[in-house]
Design a protein around this ligand. Structure first.
Ligand code: KMH
Ligand code: ZN
Length: 274
């Protein structure tokens, strides 16, 4: 079994300091949270950025500022900037980080309910995102909130409309309105990926660690962080993303699975050396 890749989704676009005062907005806060996660054992940081007042933005300049500052503090980390942004943003807005020299980016694999809102990812949009990533040599992390998303992106890759093998998936389970966070649903999705692919699970809210444990046992990879969950245990806010990563590391240790460094994660994911 490969070593475990832990991703920290340190910020997201929906959570605020009202939910947890440690949610980062400024460049300094983003770096603080990225470093806490990497120091605790995260090989990857999934990155959203904000204006200083907390407003989500996909500004290329703001991404560049944050990416440069994170690399100063964590030179080896793999960054996966978001092209999902926040619900309601246009495709052009969302694609801005792909104009930067990045290794990976998320590619959201279909439209879905997202709480009371609709997260729009039409097939023509996905074609544009896939084309951009092929042109700019960016490996997508395929975000699947539903089984149909997985089927859709596998079909698009077969048609040459998005980067192909080895594909890397992130199954985001438990978003209200989307596929629920059960072990059965995780197994169903894992069984449907093309041979040679890698996968990660993101359980939303209290499901973060309930799905991390089976993923560690199944040979998959794990995402934790404020984007998905703000609590270290029931009713207790996490003090940092590092605290959430440290809990995933403890789980892996208990289950006998070694944790990958960023260099080892690059090999597992088939990325070129940085
Ligand atoms: N903020 C969500 C609407 C991604 O990063 O690609 C979308 C999201 C997915 O977070
Ligand atoms: Zn995200």
């Amino acid at each position: 079994m490969d070593k475990l890749i832990i991703t920290a989704a340190i910020c997201g676009a929906e959570v605020t300091k009202e939910h947890n005062p440690a949610v980062p907005y400024t460049v300094e806060e983003i770096v603080r949270e990225a470093k806490s996660a990497v120091d605790a054992g995260a090989a990857i940081v999934h990155l959203h950025v904000r204006e200083d007042d907390g407003t989500p933005t996909q500004s290329k300049a703001r991404f560049k500022e944050c990416i440069d500052a994170i690399y100063k503090a964590c030179p080896d980390v793999i960054l996966i900037p978001s092209t999902g942004g926040a619900v309601g943003m246009s495709a052009e807005e969302r694609l801005q980080p792909t104009e930067l020299p990045i290794e990976m980016a998320t590619l959201d694999c279909g439209t879905c309910n997202f709480g009371d809102e609709v997260f729009e990812n039409t097939i023509p949009m996905m074609r544009d995102f896939g084309k951009r990533m092929m042109e700019n040599n960016i490996k997508p992390e395929y975000e699947c909130f539903e089984m149909g998303h997985l089927d859709t992106i596998v079909h698009m890759v077969k048609k040459g409309e998005a980067p192909g093998a080895p594909m890397h998936f992130n199954f985001v389970l438990g978003v209200p309105g989307c596929t629920s966070a059960t072990v059965g649903n995780l197994v169903w999705m894992v069984n449907a990926i093309p041979a040679g692919s890698t996968w990660c699970v993101t359980g939303i809210g209290r499901h973060e660690f309930l799905l991390a444990a089976p993923a560690i046992a199944m040979g998959g990879h794990v995402r934790v962080g404020f984007e998905d969950n703000l609590f270290i245990e029931r009713g207790v806010l996490a003090k940092s993303n590092g605290e959430l990563v440290a809990k995933a590391v403890r789980l892996a240790k208990e289950l006998g699975r070694e944790v990958a460094t960023s260099a080892e994660a690059r090999e597992i994911l088939g990325l070129k050396k940085k």
